[in-house]
Design a protein around this ligand. Structure first.
Ligand SMILES: [Zn+2]
Length: 373
């Protein structure tokens, strides 16, 4: 179980495909899933103590034999939810998965949260004093650990730590505010990360990752932007494919994803945005070069799904190689995480100074994004 304010996920992993039927019941509010092909005793054993006290939506879970070949799983709810159930074919380390996502009926509004945070900080609303909003995206999370180092460091943990430091530093800058696309150990589908950034009308998007390679000597920081055509190198294409696998491993309900993509992302030219992304990437790369070896000394491009916001300059930072023993050690070091965050912020500030609001093509091309309207 992966409880979070955004949604709570329950996953049942099995050696064979599971058939399911989903229902919601009222008085008291509960979600019921009837599962065919699963062993009651095994599920009872696995379900014990899985619901955490801090789960925002689930109070408790009960399991029982409903029919000879059907096990019934009942979740007693703390708040009304819109449940989604779907199955995933085996991928990576995982077997067949049955996934139950419980989305709140009244979802937290990230823009309202941002406005509240801003008011608390300055006593002024966002509308009176528009800050630069930076969406910080900690890569991976939940069932998607990302790359794993030789000493067991998970990319998803490092990215969250660096991202939280980044948010702190950005929030401390006058006129700047950061929003995290996830603030906990749970999975956020790639298109949702983009959607969150657009919802808070982010000016910039920075996805934080840690690289990995089969050979342990590969090292250094790199920065990537989206490519509309092909990748700038075979290595960049390989990396984008690997990062895009996040959705497969983390587990995405394809019905919902396809609907979202059909609505928002098709047929929008991203040329101007990519040009800005490259400028931002170059300046962030310069700063990273002060604290680490650069894996490549220019911004590479490939088809990263998480960089596809049509109207927000977006970069993906591979902070260092988690597969390199020395860099894995540094990625775990609190002081080094701070230096990484400081370097990224310095790059962002250099970009904002060099290309002030109004001078940036994406802002000019998107008057509807003006917060004063
Ligand atoms: Zn990654």
């Amino acid at each position: 179980m992966w409880p979070a304010q955004d949604y709570t996920r329950l996953t049942i992993e099995s050696t064979r495909a599971l058939q399911h039927e989903l229902m919601t019941l009222d008085n008291p509010a509960r979600v019921v899933v009837d599962i065919r092909g699963v062993d009651l005793a095994a599920l009872q054993r696995e379900a014990a103590n899985k619901v955490l006290a801090n789960d925002p939506y689930v109070a408790q879970m009960r399991v029982g034999q409903f029919k000879p070949d059907v096990v019934r799983l009942v979740l007693d709810l703390k708040a009304p939810v819109r449940p989604q159930a779907f199955t995933l074919a085996p991928v990576g380390e995982y077997g067949h998965r049955l996934v139950l996502d419980l989305y709140p009926v009244d979802p937290p509004d990230p823009l309202m949260a941002l406005l509240r945070e801003q008011e608390e900080r300055s006593g002024q609303s966002l509308l009176q004093q528009p800050p630069v909003v930076v969406a910080i995206d900690p890569g991976h999370g939940g069932e998607d650990p990302g790359a794993i180092g030789a000493r067991g460091t998970k990319e998803k943990d490092v990215t969250l730590k660096v991202a939280r430091k980044l948010k702190q530093l950005i929030d401390a800058e006058p006129g700047m505010q950061a929003v995290l696309t996830r603030d906990g150990d749970y999975f956020v589908p790639l298109h949702m990360r983009v959607a969150k950034a657009r919802k808070v009308r982010a000016d910039l998007f920075v996805s934080v990752h840690a690289d990995a390679f089969i050979k342990p000597h590969a090292r250094g920081s790199s920065v990537f932007a989206l490519s509309e055509r092909g990748a700038t190198s075979a290595a960049a294409r390989w990396l984008a494919n690997r990062e895009n696998e996040s959705d497969l491993i983390g587990g995405v309900n394809l019905d919902v994803k396809d609907r979202y993509l059909a609505q928002t992302l098709l047929d929008l030219s991203q040329t101007a945005t990519i040009s800005d992304s490259l400028k931002l990437g170059k300046l962030v790369l310069n700063e990273l070069g002060n604290i680490n070896t650069l894996h490549k000394d220019y911004v590479e491009q490939a088809g990263f799904a998480v960089l596809k916001a049509p109207d927000i300059p977006s970069i993906l930072v591979e902070t260092a190689f988690i597969s390199n023993p020395e860099e894995e050690r540094r990625l775990n070091d609190d002081a080094y995480q701070t230096r990484l965050a400081q370097a990224i912020v310095a790059g962002i500030k250099a970009y904002l100074q060099k290309y002030p609001r109004g001078g940036r093509s994406t802002i000019a091309a998107n008057p509807s994004r003006d917060r004063n309207i």
